[in-house]
Design a protein around this ligand. Sequence first.
Ligand code: G3P
Ligand code: CA
Length: 258
Amino acid sequence: MSVYSPIVAHRGMSSLAPENTIAAFAACVEHGVASFEFDVDIMGDGTLIVIHDNTLDRTTTGTGGYYDKSFSDLRRLDAGAWFSPTYRFERVPELASVIELMNRTGLDANLEIKPSTSGHEMRQSLVEGVAVSLRELNSERGIIISSFDPQLLAGVKEHAPHIPRACLFDWQDGPELEQVDSWIDIARHLDARAIHPGESRLTRQAVQRMLEAGFEVNVWTVNDLHRAAELAEWGVHSVITDVAQDFPAESRAARPFA
Ligand code: G3P
Ligand code: CA
């Protein structure tokens, strides 16, 4: 048995290629990584796009937000040059292109719906659009939808009840176990399969409490292999990492969302 849990490539192979691009996801195949994580938000024209930030500045040649822009505005922008000249001409992908890649390559994924600040109607369209888009995903592909935003996950439960859900949480001030108990309440309410806690203050007892409540535990973002081994020993289901290439082949090939 491996000393590591299955691993998930955070925003694709994000230390080798520009995050949340087709190049970063395709690199999973080259490195024998079976699962990746990616971020989805909505544009002004309703196109679902794969991007982490709610502005274009950090990862593209564009500036400002995209809630008032259309996909044709985005097509002109470079989403790879900021990372390295090798990746200039990468584009911000549509969700549909990532689903097509999953079907073509056999990769599984954790789709994170961003806590979109686009407004009530666009947030509804975001959730409904994700549900509709995933009808194109081959049934053999493993998929889980996560979000920091319980309202969006409630929408996923309504529009795509068959797709497993995961509640994402980061630590706030205050005792850890009290926070874990409130996470468990929220996850129960949403009929979630998994809880995705931030790594920083996670303890054995906290993991045990989530596991005993019946949830899978997928931890982000774990780039230290000693910490990853400790989390595996505590029973976590998978770890989401920026350095998937550093883990043994067995952990890379495992499929936590199958
Ligand atoms: O899904 C885990 C992790 O991606 C959540 O944080 O900010 O990297 O999207 P963030
Ligand atoms: Ca994410």
